[in-house]
Design a protein around this ligand. Sequence first.
Ligand SMILES: Cc1cc2nc3c(=O)[nH]c(=O)nc-3n(C[C@H](O)[C@H](O)[C@H](O)COP(=O)(O)O)c2cc1C
Length: 301
Amino acid sequence: MLRTMVGGLELQSPLLTGSGTFGHDPAALAFLNPGDLGALVLKTVTPEPRFGNPSQRLAEFPGGVINAIGLENKGLVYWRDHVAPQLKEVPLPVVANAGGHSATDYVAMVEAFDAMDGVAAIELNLSCPNVKGGTQFSTDAQALEDVVRACRKTTDKPLWVKLSPNVTSIVPFAKAAEASGANALTVCNTLVGLLVDWRKRKPVIANGTGGLSGPAAKPVAMRLVWEASSAVKIPVIASGGASTAEDVLEFIVSGASAVQIGTASFRRPNAISEIATDLRHILGQEKLTLDELRGTLIWPH
Ligand SMILES: Cc1cc2nc3c(=O)[nH]c(=O)nc-3n(C[C@H](O)[C@H](O)[C@H](O)COP(=O)(O)O)c2cc1C
């Protein structure tokens, strides 16, 4: 009932993890029932190890969380030797997520992921707001087109491009990714936000600003999914604030092919299974399929 085709992958469910918000180990997957998760999208890996930003790096507010982790990771060599071998045991498609400072970095990551059996698709994180230079490719459509084209030449695996919400219009970026051979778009990364501790006269997050995610991001992500999916033919994967089956159906009607669940899994590690159960129930009750609903938003004129 939930089977979905997304950017070159056939998935048993349209629900995916959001990069950086879920583990890849059996302990993390044990929170979910088999059949509920479509693909495991993993945290960004960069060519070199990164320590990330100083703490405090994560803070809650009533609408979600603000984070400035800063792409902490142990780097490609560690990942290749210690993480990739475990991925062959994961009974689902695994989507590896690539980060970097330059086009050369992205190409190197894609080349490495291309050679790993356990990686079914590659998501390019061109849009991290929490590292210096993290959005250079997602705020300049020509730079985005060039880097995606270079990555496209490096792999035949499905290539997904994760776009930034922090732009005046997402349409030129969606079109540039499609023109350079992306198989799908992930819309979108976190929104730049600021939490203030007025008593200390300081930002709560040590980095100053951070990336906003969770329920408060949903209306912005919804608009961007609608705008991007109206502008391109490749599938759009929604990311931003989904925490219930109703949220997922809103994204599907707005044009999404699949939906990543991120911050919701922090509060409820089994959120994806709860959402999948509710989705099956609602679709059964309404006698509707995801394909019948996808992109059916009626725009007022
Ligand atoms: C703590 C945290 C870490 C994240 N790390 C990454 C990351 O490494 N790479 C990436 O592409 N997105 C990262 N994201 C963004 C999420 O994948 C997702 O796009 C965003 O949180 C919006 O979805 P949500 O509201 O469902 O969380 C991170 C988000 C959070 C909250």
